[in-house]
Design a protein around this ligand. Structure first.
Ligand code: S3P
Length: 190
């Protein structure tokens, strides 16, 4: 069957992983690179490089809004003519312009993990690189988790369980679902 040209996805396509902190985005993104043959880009790493200091330092010196602006600025500068795996920070969905951009550029996948497993991982990781983890002492982080759920749901083309086991298997599933999404809907043409 021939697919009408209007329904063929206009390459290139970014595959962007979204989801709360410690829901497995970075681990799955790193596995997805070789699976899909795409370069993997970590937005957090690019922000740190641009700012010349760590994420906690950006938050404490300049505030969260500055961090969000840097995220958006860097996202807008990324190569739109290249297929990429984008490992987005957990708060990317707080910026509507960022959400529009990643949706325009391709598939957005929400790695959804339960609050219990996020909490377990954050307590194990406690690497000091996530300033918002200081909110753990109160119930603010849990509130943030619940407040963001509808934002992830709205931004995503589909949702997968981030705490659903082997990251290799989750990466394989992301790849498969992206292909199905692309062939079924034609993706989004620009
Ligand atoms: C943040 C998540 C972090 C990082 C920053 C803020 C958030 O990314 O961007 O600490 O607001 O949820 P990860 O989700 O990769 O930890």
């Amino acid at each position: 069957m021939r697919i009408p040209p209007s329904e063929v996805y206009v390459s290139p396509m970014w595959i962007t992983l979204i989801g709360f902190m410690a829901s497995g985005k970075t681990t799955v993104a790193r596995r997805l690179g070789p699976v899909t043959g795409r370069a993997v880009v970590s937005l957090d790493d690019l922000v740190v490089r641009r700012a010349g200091c760590s994420i906690p330092e950006i938050f404490s010196k300049y505030g969260e809004l500055h961090f969000r602006n840097l995220e958006l600025e860097i996202l807008q500068e990324l190569d739109r003519n290249r297929d990429l795996i984008l490992d987005g920070g957990g708060g990317l969905v707080e910026t509507p312009a960022a959400v529009n951009l990643i949706r325009e550029q391709g598939a957005v996948i929400w790695l959804d993990s339960s609050w219990e497993s996020v909490l377990r991982r954050l307590e194990i990781q406690r690497d000091g690189d996530r300033p918002l983890v200081s909110l753990l002492e109160s119930n603010h982080l849990e509130n943030l988790f619940h407040r963001r759920l509808p934002l992830y749901a709205q931004a995503a083309d589909f949702r997968l369980q981030g705490d659903g086991g082997d990251p290799e298997a989750v990466a394989g599933l992301v790849n498969l679902r992206c292909r199905m999404w692309q062939s079924r809907s034609g993706g989004r043409t620009r």
